[in-house]
Design a protein around this ligand. Structure first.
Ligand SMILES: Cc1ncc(COP(=O)(O)O)c(C=O)c1O
Length: 410
């Protein structure tokens, strides 16, 4: 079976001799310069991906970068030049964006468990949008606004009755810790309307993540628009913004094909034609992480041992699940554990074989899978592609006290 994810991931890179190159430099050279294990991100891939997205989407959509996907400061700065606005999920992430030189009003903060101190920080910094995820949080915000003598820019995050079908991770449709249940939102909006301390900006709905089916994304966006129109009709509140979440995926597994971005763009234009006038002067927001940065990054680990066990090849590397939890299949992209796209960076063109790629940890879950890849020996470089999102920062580096990987941008 053709490995579509591997083919589309490799298309981002060139080959020099038998070496994969990133940003015009061979990965072997970068491994020599910086050591392994190593994350490498290519800024040009991010720029091109952003431009393709921008060109495909209607102009009235703002794109926010969800920094949880990759909070590397250089990447935040680059995204500051591109989409300019950010979705964060903690005060720590907000601080990181501000540290990267971005103005607080370009930040939107969502998360079901914001502490009083985090809310206070966000209001004090006058961040652009604070998504309220419960009635209690609204009360905290009122109290803080009175204490600080400041107003808070708020969104109401809704727990919708629907989810994002075919999404790797679903954040709606049933009891959830995220957002306010949809049937209670109009009462909350009526209370917000009476409150001078807050500046209501709009509705935020995030229904799921890692979706490759354009028609499912569009169905969800349509439901979000219909629901928002009913809220406006019921409460008379005006929506300056409608944050429709996102969930645009990238292909991680052999059978997965790229999202048809042109179809998403075309479908959104149709939806705006159908529903736009019923919403008023609303701007739309999409908050994307992995779609913008996922394909820009690779994770390199050196083969320490080539070992045969009961007739099967094991490539035991100096990196593993403690640096790249997602590549070990433990980050929820799929219910079944499947390998991410993997190759051997310095052995392109070699005959391929099936091998277990593992890390050095004393647990059987420290494996990147039993995969077909170019034959490798000790010292060769295993390369996990599509590692630009939920890699370095979403992995348990401290587990077994190995040194953390390095990160470089080219
Ligand atoms: C509220 C919210 N926004 C944005 C994202 C980013 O998701 P992705 O990286 O899949 O685009 C997530 C992911 O969990 C999320 O929960």
């Amino acid at each position: 079976m053709m490995n579509h994810a591997l083919t589309s991931a490799l298309a981002n890179f060139t080959i020099q001799g038998s070496d994969l190159a990133i940003g015009g430099v061979t990965m072997s050279y970068l491994a020599e310069q910086h050591g392994t294990p190593l994350y490498i991100y290519d800024k040009d891939i991010i720029r091109k991906k952003y431009q393709k997205l921008r060109d495909s989407l209607p102009e009235n959509i703002k794109i926010y970068y969800a920094i949880k996907a990759n909070p590397n400061l250089e990447i935040i700065r680059l995204m500051g030049e591109l989409c300019a606005e950010f979705d964060v999920a903690s005060a720590g992430e907000a601080e990181r964006v501000i540290q990267a030189g971005i103005y607080p009003d370009k930040i939107s903060f969502a998360g079901p468990g914001k502490t009083f101190a985090e809310l206070r920080y966000a209001i004090d910094q006058q961040i652009g949008g604070l998504s309220i995820e419960s009635e209690q949080e609204f009360q905290h915000i009122r109290t803080i606004c009175k204490q600080l003598g400041k107003t808070a820019n708020i969104f109401v995050r809704v727990n919708p009755d629907f989810d994002l079908s075919q999404a790797g991770m679903k954040m709606g449709g049933g009891p959830k810790q995220f957002g306010v249940d949809s049937e209670r939102v109009s009462d909350l909006l009526k209370a917000i309307k009476k409150e001078n301390a807050v500046n209501f900006k709009g509705i935020h709905i995030y229904a799921g993540s890692q979706n490759l089916a354009a028609e499912q994304l569009l169905k969800t966006f349509e439901k979000i628009m219909e629901y928002s129109i009913s809220l406006v009709a019921e409460t008379g509140i005006s929506l300056n913004y409608l944050n429709m979440g996102g969930g645009f995926g990238i292909p991680y597994f052999a059978h997965e094909q790229e999202l048809d971005l042109a179809a998403v763009g075309k479908g959104l234009k149709k939806l705006f034609k159908k529903y736009g006038s019923k919403l008023g002067h609303t701007s739309f927001i999409l908050e994307l992480g992995r779609f913008l940065v996922g394909e820009s990054g690779v994770y390199l680990a050196k083969v320490l041992y080539r070992k045969i066990s009961k007739g099967q090849v094991f490539l035991i590397t100096d990196g593993g699940m403690h640096h790249h939890l997602a590549a070990s299949g433990n980050f929820g992209q799929s219910l079944v554990r499947r390998p991410m796209p993997i190759t051997v960076a310095n052995k392109q063109g070699n005959q391929t074989e099936k091998a277990h790629v593992t890390g050095p940890l004393c647990t059987p879950i420290d494996t990147f899978g039993f995969v077909e890849l170019p034959q490798a020996q000790e010292g060769d470089l295993v390369c996990v592609l599509n590692s630009g999102a939920y890699g370095f920062s979403a992995s348990p580096h401290l587990f077994l006290s190995h040194p953390p990987p390095k990160e470089v941008l080219v």
